[in-house]
Design a protein around this ligand. Structure first.
Ligand SMILES: [Zn+2]
Length: 101
């Protein structure tokens, strides 16, 4: 059997949603990053350096991710509860603006 290797020159980054665990094109997912104070924030520009967590543009996926402590797993540390609450608000806002475009 031939191994399915991705050519290195082709840039088609695929990431896994930490909610539904579906692999998707990176550009179709929302990126979250960890800040120095232990909070997680939505990286709208997808330019923040460091490790990122990816979630589908779907509030359900974010809720699953929070429920399953996926952010803590990805960032390997405890995430502030207050920041997770804020995250939902930010996420919902961003979904709204996206659908208005
Ligand atoms: Zn998802």
């Amino acid at each position: 059997m031939k191994k399915n290797t991705t050519p290195q020159n082709v840039s088609r980054p695929v990431r896994t949603c930490i909610g539904c665990l579906t692999k998707k094109n990176k550009s179709g997912l929302f990126r979250f990053v960890l800040l120095a104070d232990g909070s997680v924030t939505l990286d709208r520009e997808q330019k923040h350096p460091g490790r990122g967590a990816y979630v589908c543009p779907d509030l359900n996926c974010l809720e699953i991710a929070i429920k399953k402590n996926q952010f803590a797993r990805v960032f390997r540390q405890k995430i502030l509860n207050s920041s997770l609450k804020l995250l939902k608000t930010e996420f919902t806002e961003c979904l709204k603006t996206k659908s208005e475009l």
